[in-house]
Ligand binder design. Structure first.
Ligand SMILES: [Zn+2]
Ligand SMILES: [Zn+2]
Length: 281
């Protein structure tokens, strides 16, 4: 059994009320693994060169010719849409998204994502009635194997103690969520695309860099003090953080992101967003 499947089984026992959701995500991870096995690593960087770039504050894929295979992207997108559709409260929305992709200039779209720090580019869907949450769920999960393939190859060359930036040292994208390490409480973020983990500074917003304590706070519920959403009043975004010391175990951040979905609902109600969407005020 793969490591992630063993971890899903652990989480399913730990969170029986989320069994269905975890099982669904297990299917998503299996699809990602299937595609990952078809992808060839593109970028080779020597250890010396990697060290130089990290010290200079340049993420490793910057200026590299990294291209996402369009056929494989279409393949995983269609397969993910197929598993999402029956679970969706409005399945026609999934069909609309696939139709939208048929018209979209996909090479241009993928090129933009590689260059950008975020996949959440509202201009991509523009004024359409597409469900943004489903759209970006499909996009992010379709892209993970391509970025992870490069990260798996490059991550042994990254000394994260030399990197305290808000973006991923490998692909330059934003973090998805974070953790305080079991051994020493050190703060780590996980990349939303390549899944690389890197150390960061506590009490600093990983999206806008705000470190003014008065505009940073955290939200949690009494029944689950081990998981908190750190919110920033400057950019109105938040990051969910799992405290491994309080949980007394090493976590899998992809699964932590899923089992804390109640926190997303809680902070959304308070006006914070995980996505970098335009503000109305
Ligand atoms: Zn990354
Ligand atoms: Zn911020």
């Amino acid at each position: 059994m793969s490591k992630i499947n063993a971890e899903i089984n652990f989480y399913r026992k730990q969170y029986p009320e989320l069994d269905d959701l975890l099982e669904f995500n297990g299917t998503v991870f299996d699809l990602q693994q299937e595609i990952l096995e078809k992808i060839e690593t593109q970028i080779q960087i020597s250890s010396e060169e990697a060290k130089k770039r990290i010290e200079a504050g340049t993420f490793l894929l910057k200026d590299e010719k990294f291209e996402i295979d369009i056929q494989l992207f279409k393949e995983i997108l269609a397969k993910l849409a197929f598993v999402v559709r029956p679970r969706h409260n409005n399945p026609e929305q999934v069909d609309e998204i696939l139709k939208y992709f048929k018209k979209l200039d996909i090479p241009n779209f993928l090129g933009k994502i590689v260059e950008s720090k975020t996949i959440y580019m509202p201009e991509i869907i523009g004024d359409s009635d597409l469900d943004a949450e489903t759209f970006f769920f499909l996009v992010r999960n379709s892209l993970v194997p391509f970025f992870k393939c490069e990260a798996d190859n490059l991550k042994s060359q990254v000394d994260d103690s030399d990197w305290v930036k808000r973006m991923c040292p490998i692909c330059g994208h934003e973090p998805q969520n974070g953790k305080f390490l079991l051994e020493n409480g050190q703060y780590f973020l996980q990349c939303s695309l390549c899944l690389m983990e890197w150390s960061f500074i506590r009490m600093t917003c990983p999206f806008c860099g705000n470190d003014d304590k008065d505009s940073l706070k955290y939200l949690y519920v009494d029944e689950d003090k081990e998981h908190k959403a750190y919110v920033c009043d400057v950019c109105k975004r938040y990051i969910k953080v799992s405290d491994e010391r309080a949980l007394d175990r090493a976590v899998n951040l992809q699964l932590e992101n899923i089992v804390t979905n109640y926190l997303d609902a809680l902070v959304l109600e308070q006006g914070y967003s995980q996505l970098d969407l335009p503000k109305n005020d």
